[in-house]
Write a protein that binds this ligand. Structure first.
Ligand code: SF4
Ligand code: SF4
Length: 241
């Protein structure tokens, strides 16, 4: 089975054709199997991330034919094009910088917001939102996140535009950051001040963009539109009538 693997070295993109040798005829390998075999054979310096192979850490997310997929969950198909996720800056090959999104959430909710990891009398929606595996696949096609890159993606910055520094956290939000904020809002341990701080933060991150966006999709099936974006828009008085 032949696939194309897009590599990034010193700012130069290259496409390498790799022929996966099936271990048995009926094998239907995952994309991560293909990457591991490529690294073990003809591409020893191929860089990519993976974690537990337990389908729940999300760090192996790559773009397959231009769409984000979790490599240990996605079946590889003949002719697939495997590349780094286009929504974040590439460090090398299939590895992207993930820290800008996490930094966006740090140190901003000290006015009473608390995380509830104790499962204290939380509503079902709270538990639904805890199933986020932080794969960042939902950043795909998010116009709010794209604002960080002049309306596009890191790979296609407008001429003359400067790459935002992930080290300081991105200015504009994304479905994942909204999910985290909504989770804080519906956590029974969060104070009223904390709920308001979370909502204010969502607005600061550009929540108004969501009012005219068709919505976002979660790679693991969380109802982002209904349980996150819709709830925040309504609470902030930004929902379309
Ligand atoms: S609804 Fe909001 S968070 Fe979701 S993709 Fe659109 S702009 Fe991004
Ligand atoms: S909301 Fe879904 S797609 Fe987004 S980071 Fe969490 S698990 Fe991944």
């Amino acid at each position: 089975m032949k696939v194309d693997i897009v590599t990034h070295r010193d700012g130069v993109e290259d496409v390498v054709s790799f022929d996966y040798a099936k271990r048995e005829d009926r094998e239907r390998p995952m994309v991560l199997d293909v990457l591991l075999q490529a690294q073990a054979t003809t591409m020893p310096d191929l860089a990519f991330r993976y974690g537990r192979r337990a389908r729940n850490c999300g760090v192996c997310t790559v773009d397959i034919n231009g769409k984000p997929r979790i490599a240990c969950r996605a079946r590889a198909r003949e002719g697939d094009r495997i590349s780094a996720v286009a929504t974040l800056p590439t460090l090398g090959d299939l590895v992207v910088r993930r820290d800008g999104v996490a930094r966006q959430m740090r140190g901003r909710l000290s006015s009473g917001a608390q995380a509830n990891d104790l499962n204290v009398e939380a509503p079902d929606a709270y538990h639904d939102l805890t199933s986020c595996i932080e794969c960042y696949a939902c950043l795909h096609n998010c116009p709010m996140h794209a604002r960080n890159f002049g309306g596009g993606s890191p790979a296609h910055l407008p001429a003359g535009a400067e790459m935002p520094d992930p080290g300081t956290g991105y200015r504009w939000g994304n479905p994942f950051s909204l999910l985290k904020l909504q989770r804080i809002r519906i956590d029974p341990l969060t104070t009223e001040a904390g709920r308001q701080a979370a909502l204010d933060h969502a607005v600061e991150l550009g929540l108004e963009v969501c009012a005219t966006c068709p919505g976002c999709k979660c790679g693991t099936g969380i109802n982002l539109k209904g349980q996150v974006v819709g709830e925040l828009l309504t609470a902030a008085g930004l929902a379309n009538p």
